[in-house]
Design a protein around this ligand. Sequence first.
Ligand SMILES: Nc1ncnc2c1ncn2[C@@H]1O[C@H](COP(=O)(O)OP(=O)(O)O)[C@@H](O)[C@H]1O
Ligand SMILES: [Mg+2]
Length: 278
Amino acid sequence: MIVLEKVTKKYNDVIPVNNISLQINKGEFFGLLGPNGAGKTTIIRIISSLILPTSGRVLVAGHPVNRNNIDVKSLIGLVPQHNNLESELTVSENLRLHGMLYRMPRKKINERIDELLGFTQLAEKADVQAGKLSGGMKRKLLIARALMHNPSVLLLDEPTVGLDVSSRRVVWDLIKGLHQRGITILLTTHYLEEAEALCSRIALLKNGKLLMSGSLQELKKLVGPIVIEEFKNNKTVLHFYKSQQEALKAASLMGTNIKLRNTRLEDIFVRITEEKSE
Ligand SMILES: Nc1ncnc2c1ncn2[C@@H]1O[C@H](COP(=O)(O)OP(=O)(O)O)[C@@H](O)[C@H]1O
Ligand SMILES: [Mg+2]
């Protein structure tokens, strides 16, 4: 559904995206993970044709992505990292405006507004100015807006940054529901537990480079599914093992400051970034 072939973006001496190749399949829930400055937003902007890559090629549903390509634009729904709602306009006016920009027929716009306000549980707020909504509701409205023109791909750029725990869960459930309906999702996040909770396949990004990609199981298998956290010399060290037995055997030879548990995505990230900087 989305293909990146050796995509690079350069700004003078900054290279936010460095030779990235990726494939995201139809119906997949794909997570692009990395710390701040890794290049996530730049990749999202390239896929949504807001900026052009310096080199390489991007395809969406087989269409090459050029600047402001209308075919591609209609396939993609974008939830940007920073709220760009029209704060003076009401919730439903924000949705209507988007429908008009995408040249949807008036009847379709009205139907879609009703449907999406129901889906996001914003119907009660239909006539409230967007600027007066809570952070969680603004996020829901951004998602509803991205869905107005019925895209086949949804790009979500750090959709839960700045939200409290319960609003974050509400947004997660909304996105899960969309995935269940068959939409292809590309989500970026620097919260590893978010990718772990939602995504079926993941790519780890740092300094514009792709460190590793695969399903969570594949990544865990690669480093070892069991981990021992050892606190030694004022530092936590991670040891990875292929099986519980192997880990228990090793644990019996260690001190008491240890914790044995299943490997988490966070551990994999720490391991991989250490490896790459060695
Ligand atoms: N227009 C630009 N000009 C110069 N540098 C940029 C520009 N856009 C992004 N960058 C740099 O590229 C890097 C990656 O940015 P970004 O894609 O926003 O990362 P992320 O979304 O993962 O936090 C950062 O170091 C950022 O400062
Ligand atoms: Mg970003």
